[in-house]
Design a protein. Structure first.
Length: 142
């Protein structure tokens, strides 16, 4: 847990609570359609592909590829211990893209962060009730 975290926190709603319960348990769970099989992110109660309400919260693999990223040279409030955050768009194996943080050891170097690199989810507890999904590069591939 990040001691003394003072940054903004997500506010779980009835529609997103299963996602946050999953992150708290160290799992990436997303809505999956029982009709077309599509995965949806951001969490919502219907399928964004066929608009069916027949969705169930299903554990995703937590693996994906780095689609794009930006290095923020000023840390966000509450993340000063992280250094320069790398804000990333990750395309999950299941299809959806997530905006997330990319964990980088040391000073982020854009030349050392290859696009389309394999990534995997990791979880960072910021308060006793909120755990955020972050991703990290998988060195040497999967």
């Amino acid at each position: 847990m990040i001691e003394g975290y003072t940054g903004k926190l997500p506010v779980p709603t009835p529609g997103t609570q299963p996602f946050w319960d999953g992150t708290q348990a160290g799992k990436l769970v997303l809505p999956r359609c029982g009709d077309c099989g599509g995965w949806t992110y951001y969490p919502r109660p219907f399928c964004m592909h066929c608009f069916s309400w027949n969705v169930t919260w299903t554990r995703a693999s937590g693996h994906g590829t780095l689609h794009t990223f930006a290095i923020n040279h000023l840390p966000a409030k509450g993340f000063e211990d992280v250094g320069k955050p790398v804000i990333a768009v990750v395309e999950l194996e299941e299809g959806p893209r997530m905006i997330t943080n990319l964990m980088i050891e040391g000073e982020p170097d854009p030349d050392a962060i290859p696009l389309d690199a394999p990534v995997e989810v990791t979880f960072r507890a910021v308060t006793p009730g909120i755990t955020l999904p972050w991703f990290r590069l998988v060195r040497g591939g999967r």
